[in-house]
Design a protein around this ligand. Sequence first.
Ligand SMILES: Cc1cc2nc3c(=O)[nH]c(=O)nc-3n(C[C@H](O)[C@H](O)[C@H](O)COP(=O)(O)OP(=O)(O)OC[C@H]3O[C@@H](n4cnc5c(N)ncnc54)[C@H](O)[C@@H]3O)c2cc1C
Length: 450
Amino acid sequence: MTVPYDPIFADGPGTGLAHPDSWWVHTAGPLPPDDGPAPAALDTEVAVIGGGYTGLSTALHLARRGRRVVVLEANRPGWGCSGRNGGFARMAFGRLSFGDMVGRFGLPAAKVLFRQAMASLDNVRQMIHDGGIDCEASEAGHLKIAPKPGRAAALQAEARLMQRELDYPAEFIDARTLQRDHLGGAQSHGALRVPDALALHPLKLAAGVLRMARGAGATVYSASPVVGWRKEGATHVLSTPHGTVRAAHVVVGTNGYTAPGLHPELKAVMMPILSHIIVTRPMTDAEVASSNFVTGHVLTDARKLMFYWRRLPDRRILFGGRGLIADTPGRTADHRRYLYRELIAKYPSLDGIAIEHDWHGWVAFTRDFLPRIRCAADDPTVHYAVGYQGSGVSLSLYAGRLIAARIDGDGSEPEIEAARHPVRPFPMHRLMRIPQRALFHWYRFLDSRP
Ligand SMILES: Cc1cc2nc3c(=O)[nH]c(=O)nc-3n(C[C@H](O)[C@H](O)[C@H](O)COP(=O)(O)OP(=O)(O)OC[C@H]3O[C@@H](n4cnc5c(N)ncnc54)[C@H](O)[C@@H]3O)c2cc1C
């Protein structure tokens, strides 16, 4: 019997694996080349572990600063979440709303954090522009939808808070306007509209950042998992199946795919959770009319086990959510049916629409639900950016830029204070799938309430 991959237990995410069979792979076109497997011996200034947005952006920004940098990716660039996400680039710091930020850090710090989240989205726009990345990016905006009438008041309060304290043009859209102008269905009871958010093709974005990083002088090795890490004096010595890489600094960008033995500070600090997406066939004219699913916004709902969805440019619906616990074919099929039921619960008139693609990936949660972009406590030459809580498109690309500035030491990019706290391990990490199951049941109960 093959044991399903689970980052809590596995030694690594594999070697040289192909991208999952996602909608994005079908529509990305030819992907750009990388530098193949790492050679037997290599000396560099900075070695980056993981070739997702975090790793590739770090490499790009370091190379632009004239640093010698190599990326070591176990599979292929963009293979992890970066090439398979929903393509929502938002002003996100984990899952915290602005109200949550105020509650956790106080108003002045929350305002700073919100501006940094905005800067992270601006950074995505800038990178797409600078690299001429054709990733179908549109200025979509984000609607956070009340799936029940009782959830609308909190969204209205959040809109007011953002207007008052940030002078930010968030707005509350009432149920009638939402159903008339954006999307109908059975669970559209008002929405918080945040105008700044992009909808994009995530794998094309990863491919674009790969091209940019190599163009700037970084080397990006694929099929090169780091399987050992030791220090010789001040030098890090990373082992791959083909040889060793010696570096003055190491950046870890492995997020939900981090193996427990990679680095002691990252052991047991992340809870990897599966996020699963289904993509339907294109809606017909009649289905668009009956559901009034006309909006181009990226969509999430105000639930503990949140769903995220959007209409794709060719009228398909991409619909994603969490709840899948084990990566086995049987469980995945059950979860695909669950996601479908939830989609149809939102849009009963779409019942029967076929699912043409589905896939999943591992996102990373931390104990306090805060992302981390920091140095190891006992070694300022070890840097990591992890724990995006499933909302990392903008923040991971921005993290790469911040880490590059830190390594360069010019102080040009203010760090994100809320992401610098030490990260605490989960107790009994290897048993976490048991409480996770119970927690998800509890969340479903909470979500079922009015
Ligand atoms: C289904 C799904 C939907 C999502 N939707 C959204 C969304 O719409 N918006 C949003 O903001 N966020 C979304 N996310 C989350 C977002 O994609 C991630 O937060 C982000 O891509 C993290 O990027 P990363 O580079 O840190 O990690 P990843 O892209 O996961 O890359 C980590 C890489 O590290 C490599 N690796 C691991 N161990 C080693 C090793 N030992 N040696 C070498 N390489 C190694 C892996 O092979 C992998 O390629 C979604 C995630 C999933 C799974």
